[in-house]
Design a protein around this ligand. Structure first.
Ligand code: DON
Length: 568
């Protein structure tokens, strides 16, 4: 009897505990799905803990660059789907003195890489080789890039910035439902690699404390030794050893010689707004400006959001821009990218001469790829603004969700599978259905073409919007639509981000509609014009900050993700 009471008591206690845990998980998994306005500084990122670290850095007097680097390192701990030290990214900055600059810390092909490394003897792509396992990894750039930014443009010391990430890796954080589910859904892949199996192999439960001691050690080495703590010594040796275990080709020399590059930003304008974004090796800035140059000649506002007219016009613009992306864009250090032509107003106008309102044009069909590739929380964007006028827009990635699924044994971090962003075989689609050509062929030391579009927009010379997104090839059109939803369709920042989107990328020749995008009439009218419409799952996770003319900052994180924005 007494033991029955004890059992029932224990059961009640257990049920209550589960209940509180679930309520807690529900709260954190929602993140912050409404926007708020701040005066002194704001951060929007894909994870609450990363945003909180960024806000804390700003409150302690750090600038937006300090905060961005802090956010980047914390994301490597709490958002392993995409946050990383084993991948790469781009940071676009507007500095308080009025200067603009960008840092390219994109991965590069290892010195042993070769043009046909993913092809079999018959010249066909070997399935999975550019996406799973160590051969898929480019030489990571994130640590070098973030430290470069911190040293040159930040104000705080490395150890104080890295402390946030180290502490969370050391003491753990509560695993969100979505992250636990994502990790568990890839267990079959993780189990193929020794280091990944050791960490993810047991399966993880939502609500569990996730502690990453090896990652904490790696981050500590970076805090103490700077870039040498990653690109030389123990961490570099662990990466090279991993290559031996899982058939990769990144060498010690590849790591030692990796350099981030500071590059001029790509500049454009649209109806009185000034745009700065990332140039090559990203296609993002050129493509965004090219799209805006085309659309500037039309009255999108009177056509209306998601109307048949605006969708058709934008589709035809996207078709042309993505066709040029696949032909002309690549790493400017290796190929000549005619960015000045592609971003000129004259070229944009000429390119639309064969556009007929009300009629679909057609893309030549060349090995269309799998454009319905599952989209989750791959790649991540974060936006930071400080009180003194520094604005930072950063997008970073491992490419696929959890990169190549290889955790470097003994070092606790995932590697990227960015090699898939090269064109492994001209005309054949990569995992995002994007086709490429000579300009984006693999060469040792070359950076693979990206679509990441970290962007800052100004209105009357004053900061207006910090914006960017994940989404593979759809990043560019996601950023485009967020901006146009505000400026042409009068939406608030929150609406502009959360409203359904669409996408066209030349090949495959179809308009991809996010669930709930466009009315039945819009759909049927487009079909009558000759368009194919595909319904796809949601895409993009925008983390943005909008500034009013007094400098007040409204921050919002996409409701599609579980991010968080905050400020003070
Ligand atoms: O650099 C690029 O364009 C890609 N590696 C980005 C991948 C991505 O956005 C995945 N997101 N869903």
């Amino acid at each position: 009897m007494i033991s029955d009471i004890i059992v029932i008591g224990k059961l009640k206690e257990y049920i209550l505990k589960r209940f509180y845990l679930n309520v807690f998980l529900l709260i954190i998994s929602f993140g912050q799905s409404y926007s708020q306005t701040y005066e002194n500084g704001a951060v929007s990122s894909s994870h609450r803990l990363a945003t909180e670290a960024g806000v804390d850095i700003l409150k302690r007097g750090g600038n937006a660059i300090d905060a961005s680097v802090g956010v980047g390192f914390v994301l490597a701990v709490v958002y392993p789907q995409a946050g990383n030290i084993g991948g790469g990214g781009f940071m676009v900055m507007h500095l308080k003195d009025g200067n603009n600059t960008s840092i390219d810390y994109r991965e590069k092909a290892p010195l042993l890489a070769g043009r046909n490394m993913f092809l079999d003897a018959n010249g066909n792509i070997i399935d999975g080789l550019s996406t799973l396992g160590s051969l898929a990894a480019g030489v990571p750039g994130s640590v070098a890039g973030m430290l470069y930014a911190l040293e040159k443009y930040g104000t705080m010391d490395r150890a104080s910035i890295l402390k946030y990430a180290i502490d969370i890796a050391d003491t753990g954080f509560v695993l969100e439902e979505r992250l636990a589910a994502a990790i568990n859904s890839y267990r079959k892949d993780f189990d193929k690699f020794f280091g990944s199996k050791a960490i993810f192999g047991q399966g993880l439960n939502a609500g569990e404390l996730f502690i990453q001691k090896e990652l904490a050690e790696t981050l500590r080495r970076i805090a103490i030794e700077g870039r040498d703590g990653f690109y030389k010594g123990k961490t570099a040796q662990l990466i090279v050893d991993e290559m031996k275990i899982s058939n990769g080709i990144i060498s010690y020399e590849d790591l030692e010689t990796y350099e981030p590059k500071e590059r001029s930003v790509m500049k454009g304008s649209y109806k009185g707004y000034e745009i700065i974004s990332m140039g090559p090796p990203s296609s993002g800035g050129i493509s965004l400006i090219y799209l805006l140059n085309i659309l500037e000649n039309f009255d999108l506002s009177s056509m209306g959001y998601a109307s048949v007219e605006s969708v058709q016009l934008m589709t035809e613009a996207m078709r042309r821009v993505y066709a040029d992306r696949s032909e002309f864009m690549g790493d400017v250090d290796f190929v000549n990218v005619p960015w000045d032509i592609l971003t000129s107003k004259v070229y944009a106008e000429r390119r639309m001469q064969d556009f007929t309102p009300g009629m679909a044009s057609s893309s030549a069909v060349i090995s269309p790829g799998d454009a319905y590739y599952r989209e989750s929380d791959q790649t991540t964007h974060y936006s930071v603004a400080d009180r003194s006028g520094n604005l930072v827009s950063t997008t970073t990635t491992l490419n696929d969700v959890f990169g190549n699924k290889v955790i470097v044994t003994g070092a606790g971090f995932l590697l990227n599978n960015e090699m898939d962003d090269f064109s492994s075989k001209p005309g054949t689609a990569n995992m995002y259905g994007l086709v490429g050509n000579e300009a984006n062929a693999i060469e040792p030391g070359k950076r693979m073409l990206s679509s990441m579009t970290p962007t800052i927009i100004f209105k009357n010379n004053k900061p207006f919007l910090i914006v960017g997104s994940p989404g593979g090839g759809r990043i560019i059109t996601t950023v485009l639509q967020t901006f146009l939803n505000i400026t042409e369709h009068g939406k608030t920042l929150q609406e502009a981000i959360d409203l359904p989107r669409f996408h066209h990328q030349w090949l495959p020749d179809e308009i991809q509609f996010e669930k709930d995008f466009g009315s039945d009439l819009t759909r049927s009218d487009l079909k009558k014009m000759g368009y194919t419409i595909k319904d796809i799952s949601d895409f993009g996770r925008v983390d943005a900050i909008m500034l009013d003319e007094n400098g007040n900052m409204t921050a919002h994180t996409d409701m599609r993700g579980y991010g968080f924005s905050s400020g003070f």
